[in-house]
Design a protein around this ligand. Structure first.
Ligand code: GLY
Length: 385
């Protein structure tokens, strides 16, 4: 493994963040780059250019809060606080919140500033968001519906592996309010994913459907992976980071065991440079694209798992893998390799089947790359999730 200077990698990333502070300020980049450059979020469906809609806008303030922690520069904090105001308005006016991704949105945009600065408006907005997320809980099934309106017959009773990352908002809400409803629903949802979405061979479905009246499990499919029976790489990374976070808040050992099964499969399917292809069915020589964002999420998941595992060979394997993947991201995939780019991380895939964001930077890839660097440089970093 070649040695990389992680401090230098952070410096390069922060230079890009500083330029993006001018370009985007309190507006939002699009989900992915176009030719390695983020445009402002496009105007559509009544939203103006740069507006706060969609599932990825919180990754931009999430990056600002990480930058604040890495530097203690108040300029990042001030801009992060402007984004709090945007997210307060979004939840108060219920703007584009018919999704489970409320957890991604409000954990980074509001729980993070509340944790770091005690921002009370952020706390209230995050609690409101958690309450709104609860409207998507399907009690007969014990899962949160991921996509779409609750009365849409095509999407009724669906959930997806990514949803595990939305559960920490609910544990936080129970902790803040003393109301166990949020945490109980999150734990039951996670158990359903453990039992149905993780397959016997330790791979994961991307999506899974239940009958919402009877609770009967109906079966899994893919949306962004190669095939229903293959293993979408980012989904597998969401799985082991997500199950670990759910372990963190419940101490249910089966969640940590499931995370390990998913991580082992992921690590057994790494290509030579340690950065996965967009579906784990593909390897070197396939001609397919990498998903660097899956790799960045995986580094954070492995680092988090290592926090909870006893000393030993398994823990060591995860720590070594996290280091190897991060080293490869810095040396081959970081944004500075393309001086025209305003992304922190290049070469991800958003949705190959739909040809969206293929071999581009993406906002969540940037966020988790900076989280991975922060974790590596500050081992006592207190996570936002
Ligand atoms: N959560 C959506 C994705 O990973 O593409």
């Amino acid at each position: 493994m070649i040695a990389v200077d992680l401090r230098l990698a952070v410096q390069c990333a922060l230079q890009t963040v500083d330029a993006n502070r001018i370009t985007f300020a309190d507006r939002y980049p699009d989900n992915t780059t176009v030719d390695n450059v983020y445009p402002l979020r496009r105007a559509q469906n009544g939203f103006a250019t740069g507006d706060n809609y969609g599932w990825t806008t919180s990754f931009w303030p999430g990056i600002l809060w990480l930058a604040y922690e890495l530097t203690r520069d108040d300029a990042y904090r001030a801009l992060g606080e402007k984004h709090v105001a945007n997210f307060v308005s979004r939840v108060e006016n219920k703007i584009d919140l018919d999704t489970h991704d409320i957890g991604f949105l409000y954990t980074l945009a509001c729980v993070a500033p509340w944790r770091l600065t005690g921002n009370e408006a952020a706390r209230q907005a995050a609690l409101q968001a958690a309450e709104h997320l609860m409207t998507r809980y399907l009690p007969a099934v014990g899962v949160f519906q991921a996509w779409g309106m609750l009365d849409d017959p095509r999407l009724r009773g669906n959930t997806i592996i990514d949803s595990l990352m939305n559960m920490p908002l609910l544990y936080w809400a129970s902790d803040q309010t003393g109301d166990p409803r949020f945490a109980e629903a999150a734990k039951r949802h996670t158990a359903q994913l453990r039992d149905h979405v993780v397959r016997e061979d330790n791979t994961t479905y991307h999506t899974y459907y239940w009958d919402i009246e009877t609770g009967e499990p109906l079966g899994g499919k893919t949306a962004q992976g190669h095939a229903d029976g293959s293993c979408w790489a980012r989904g597998q990374a969401w799985a082991f980071y997500g199950f670990t976070l759910n372990y963190r808040y419940t101490k249910d050992e089966t969640f940590l065991q499931t995370a390990q099964r998913c991580a082992d499969y992921f690590l057994d399917h790494l290509p030579e440079d340690h950065v996965v292809y967009w579906d784990l069915i593909f390897g070197d020589g396939s001609g397919e694209e990498r998903d660097s964002s899956a790799a960045a999420i995986a580094v954070c998941g492995l680092q988090e798992m290592a926090r909870w595992l006893p000393e030993g060979a398994r823990r060591q394997r995860y720590l070594c893998a996290a280091e190897a993947i991060l080293t490869s991201l810095v040396s081959g995939y970081a944004g500075y390799h393309d001086p025209t780019s305003n992304a922190l991380l290049l070469h991800s895939v958003y949705d190959k089947p739909k040809s969206i964001g293929v071999d581009e930077g993406c906002l969540w890839g940037d966020y988790f790359y900076l989280e991975a660097l922060t974790r590596a440089l500050k081992p006592d970093w207190q996570l936002y999730w």
